[in-house]
Structures are given as C-alpha cells and as structure tokens.
Ligand binder design. Structure first.
Ligand code: GLU
Length: 374
C-alpha cells in the first residue's frame, strides 16, 4: 500500500533522462506518461509535475554537443530548452483534455514567507482549476549560491508547499538499495522506510551515490524524502523508464516508500504553531474565539485590536479577551490594513481598503493551542 490511489494531491518529479532524448523531447515516453497521469486526474486527484529537462533540451537546440557547460551557458540552454520542454508537455497532455501551466520557481519562493504564500496560493488555484502545473527551477535567472540545482529537493519543497500526501521521484533505479545492485549481488532493495536513520543516509551517500544519472543521484532523493517526511508527505522512489510508472506503483511493483512522519495538514499546522517568530498579535472577541474552536476562519469582525507590525503572510499570535494566547495563524493583511478593517463585517472590507483577501486568518492557516483541560 503506497497511498497513491487515495492521495488528494500528488507531486511527480520527472528527471531529464526521461523527458529529453538524444534528438529532443522523448515524445513516446511523454505520451505514455500523460495517459498514466490522466488516469489519476480522472479519479479526481490533483497532480503536479516537477519536470527537469530544460538544460538537456536547450543543449540540443543550441547545438552545444556534449561538452561541459559554464553556468551562463547552462542558463542560456535553460532559456532555450524550457519553451521546448513546455511544448512537449502541452502536446502530451492535450489529447487527454488536460491543460499544462508553466511555473518557474526559485529557492527564495520556497524559503521567504511572503513569496511562499504567494506561490502556494497560485499553485493551489491552478490545481483546483484542474490544471496540471509543470514546475521547474527558474534556472535562467538563479545564481549558483541561490539555486537548488537538483529538482528532487525542489519537488519536495513544492510537495510541502501544496500539502501533497505523496511525492513520487521517478528515477533510473527502482528504489534505494543496501549497496550498489550493479556491482553487489547481495544488494537488497528496501521496500519501506519508516525512519531515515544515519545508516540509511550512509547507504544513499555511499554505494548508491552514483545511482541516478541526473543531477540528483540517490543522496538528493533521500534529502528530498526527509523534507517530505517532516511535511507529512510520503515519498515513493521508483523506476521511471516504463510506460506507466504510476500504474506500476499501484500494482505493487518494485519501489521504495518512505513513510510520512505525520499528516500533511498536521505538519503545516505544526509549522505555523512552532517554527515561526511572530511579529504581532490580534486580540479577538469571545464569539470569534468560539468560532475558531469550531474550525472556522478568523473574520475581521471578530478582531478587537491589532498590535505589532507585520506583513501579509506573517505569523501572528491570536489572543482572547482574557489576554491568553489561543493560537497562531498567518495574517492575510499587513498590520496597517488589519487595523483599518478590525471590527468590520466581511462585506465592508473592500470599501475600506479597495480590495479584500477574505478573512483575517483563514482556518487552513490557523493553529490553535492545545486546550488545557480545566
Ligand atoms: N532544472 C534543471 C533542468 O530543467 C534540472 C535539475 C535536475 O536535473 O534535477 O534542466
């Protein structure tokens, strides 16, 4: 059981070796994979693809041969190759009535809170519109210091960002082995990993380091799995070079599954509750406190006072009328706008600000403190 058949949101990372053939996109593999993916979409599952291949396709388009490229040359190849990559995805998905949408992101988009929220909102909107986002790193503009460089970790960050339950890393090997299976006949594939122990990391970094001809190799796959695990997302590493790799996973064919540490929604709330420095606070009335306890969003109408200075997307403390912190959440308005709308009914926000982002804190972005039973 891998959970792939039940997951609401799935991220599939596709490496360069799968999409880029010797003479351009591997249209046969892409067509078969698109059919596999369309099957999941038809079941109502939301699928996001992280696709490499811009540099490989650009290298071919710009006639660079096989020589080692400088960083500016790689970036030039990425620019020329990314459009070819998207055309290939569009042509593969269109026969299934699926629309692809290109999303190019940088490390800052996944690490700076405001940009993170922005990217999160865009990707969630695309997914709920039934589109298949095709994500890649924006290789053309990122510099060495700020790039991921490998799409394994990028895919794990994206999985975390959209609250995916499953991350599939399609590789040139069908999972993580105890040793290099090409040279050690005693090498054994690990079908299921609950905890990423130092021994497992050593396996990925040692004998298996060369497995995976892409930028990543097994070591970055395990790093990606660690990010996913703490975000409540399972990681499945399996062989990509077959016509229907997702169907193969569901049929129980060889793979390594790395279990999530907790549910994706719980991991997101734990991140809000714990890992952020709060920049301000919202004091709310008793009615709003009851609504929050019942799973509702915090509306501006229930906010009595705003303190501190914060930006849209910052974590704020939520304080009840008695002065107790009852939770934390991500504010949808900065502190200046929050002050202007506190106490206002939702319908009056647009008139006050000229725009509205909805509630002050959405229920999805709210982590309530565990109640002391008193
Ligand atoms: N972003 C790179 C590309 O599209 C690939 C990175 C990787 O191979 O993981 O070519």
């Amino acid at each position: 059981m891998t959970g792939l058949d039940r997951a609401r949101r799935i991220v599939v990372k596709v490496g360069s070796a799968l999409v880029a053939g010797e003479a351009g996109p591997d249209t046969a593999w892409l067509a078969a994979f698109a059919a596999d993916l369309a099957r999941l979409r038809a079941r109502g599952q939301q699928v996001l693809v992280v696709s490499s291949g811009s540099i490989a396709l650009g290298r071919h388009r710009l006639g660079m041969g096989r020589r080692k490229l400088t960083l500016p040359e790689k970036q030039a190849c990425a620019a020329a190759g990314q459009s070819a990559l998207m055309r290939a995805w569009e042509e593969a998905l269109e026969p299934h009535g699926l629309t692809a949408a290109q999303v190019l992101i940088t490390k800052n988009d996944t690490e700076m809170r405001r940009r993170w929220l922005n990217a999160h909102a865009t990707l969630s909107t695309l997914l709920s519109l039934g589109v298949v986002p095709v994500v890649n790193e924006n290789d053309t503009v990122v510099t060495e210091e700020i790039r991921y460089g490998d799409n394994d970790r990028l895919a794990a960050r994206v999985a975390q960002m959209i609250g995916a339950e499953v991350l599939v890393l399609l590789s040139d090997i069908d999972g993580l082995y105890t040793a290099d299976p090409r040279s050690d006949p005693a090498a054994r594939r690990l079908p299921r990993i609950e905890r990423l122990t130092p021994e497992i990391e050593a396996m990925a970094g040692g004998a298996n380091a060369a497995a995976g001809v892409g930028t990543g190799g097994m070591a970055t796959k395990i790093m990606a799995a660690r990010i996913a695990q703490s975000a409540g997302c399972a990681t499945i590493i399996t062989l990509g070079r077959r016509p229907a790799p997702l169907a193969a996973i569901e049929a129980g064919e060889a793979a390594t599954v790395i279990e999530p540490a907790l549910s994706a929604a719980a991991a997101y709330k734990a991140w809000i509750a714990g890992s952020l420095a709060t920049a301000g606070a919202l004091v709310i009335d008793d009615g709003a406190a009851r609504a929050l306890a019942g799973g509702k969003s915090l509306l501006a109408a229930g906010v009595k006072a705003v303190s501190g200075r914060f930006d849209k997307g910052d974590a704020v403390r939520i304080i009840d009328e008695a002065g107790r912190e009852i939770g934390r959440g991500l504010a949808r308005y900065d502190s200046a706008d929050a002050e202007k709308i506190c106490g206002l009914k939702s319908g009056a926000i647009e008139a006050a600000l000229g725009f509205t982002y909805g509630p002050m804190v959405h229920a999805d972005d709210l982590a309530l403190a565990a109640r002391a039973s008193a």
